[in-house]
Design a protein around this ligand. Structure first.
Ligand code: AFP
Length: 297
């Protein structure tokens, strides 16, 4: 089944239109990585300076989403003020997650959260969440609050289009992988102890340095991803509105659980657009166990 048809049958109208716009824009972003990322020269054939790929991705996604007429605002770390629109939905995005992976050709991603209230707001006001993986294939994984669904980009004549890969994805029963960001020596002790126990339980380390890529493995294979509380960085690294709340919402829809170490990430009330928190997400039993250890110190 094609994405357009699936959205027509299964998505609220505004989310369907914005998802369609993101699907088109992400193909252009992916197409532009070699020329706009610094992999090739930073000037184009006419001698104009190219924008960095993350700024390019930001501008293209923001313009495409605003053009649907469905967004009231589009916020991202790349913009000092959100882009304004005339629709009802607030969109928070990380337009190019893991941009330091460009040079090594490791996975990249994009994350979008669709909120019913003005930003900043709690993840409880998410209507939907979507992430793109730019790996060996491009996938769109999303939820509108009724299951998690995935599409893959395939060539369709001169264009690319998205075909259904799976509906109602759930985290596998048996967890297989883990990936934790930051330096081990800086993790708080309960995190270090927990990670030390994982290999004895049969989990393998898988870490590519992109939240989207690392979480995507957890969704497919079961396990836990974290950017934990660090001794000198108690609020972690990942941004609540742009990154962790949308992924927490999607993860919950896939049967998982996401915590900041003390509570459900969806219950956090960020005071600013760029507020960060520690993030632990994946298979519910593992994350609840880790939350218990972190919260009791
Ligand atoms: P970049 O966008 O600078 O590559 O950072 C990616 C990221 O925000 C997130 O995608 C990763 O999970 C995390 O940083 C990795 O951070 P560490 O390199 O500290 O593990």
């Amino acid at each position: 089944m094609k994405l357009d048809e699936f959205l027509r049958l299964n998505a609220p109208e505004e989310l369907a239109l914005m998802t369609g716009a993101i699907a088109d824009a992400c193909i252009t972003v992916w197409d532009s990585i070699p020329t706009k990322s610094g992999l090739l020269s930073s000037t184009n054939p006419s001698g104009e300076t190219q924008k960095a790929i993350d700024v390019f991705a930001n501008d293209l996604f923001a313009e495409s989403i605003v053009a649907t007429g469905c967004a009231s605002e589009v916020a991202s770390e790349e913009m000092s003020e959100p882009a304004e629109g005339k629709g009802p939905v607030s969109v928070a995005m990380d337009p190019l997650d893991g941009s330091s992976n460009v040079e090594t050709n490791n996975p990249l991603g994009s994350i979008f959260g669709f909120y019913s209230k003005k930003l900043p707001t709690s993840g409880r006001n998410l209507l939907g969440a979507l992430y793109v993986t730019y790996g060996n294939v491009i996938t769109l994984t999303f939820t509108f609050g009724k299951g998690v669904h995935r599409f893959v980009a395939v060539r369709d004549g001169p264009k690319m289009s998205f075909e259904l890969l799976g509906v109602n994805l759930v985290l596998p029963e048996k967890p297989e992988v883990y990936g934790f960001g930051g330096f081990r020596s800086e993790w708080i002790p309960p995190v270090r102890d927990f990670v030390d126990s994982l290999e004895g339980r049969g989990l393998r380390i898988r870490y590519c340095g992109t939240f989207v890529g690392d979480y995507n493995q957890v969704l497919s294979r079961g396990g836990v991803f974290a950017y934990p509380e660090l001794v000198k960085r108690p609020k972690g690294k990942l941004r609540i509105l742009y990154e962790t709340a949308p992924m927490a919402f999607l993860n919950e829809q896939a049967g998982g659980y996401a915590s900041d170490g003390r509570r459900n990430i969806l219950d956090l009330q960020p005071a600013s657009l760029a507020e960060t928190s520690p993030a632990y997400l994946g298979s519910a039993a593992l994350v609840k166990e880790l939350e218990g250890k972190v919260s009791s110190g």
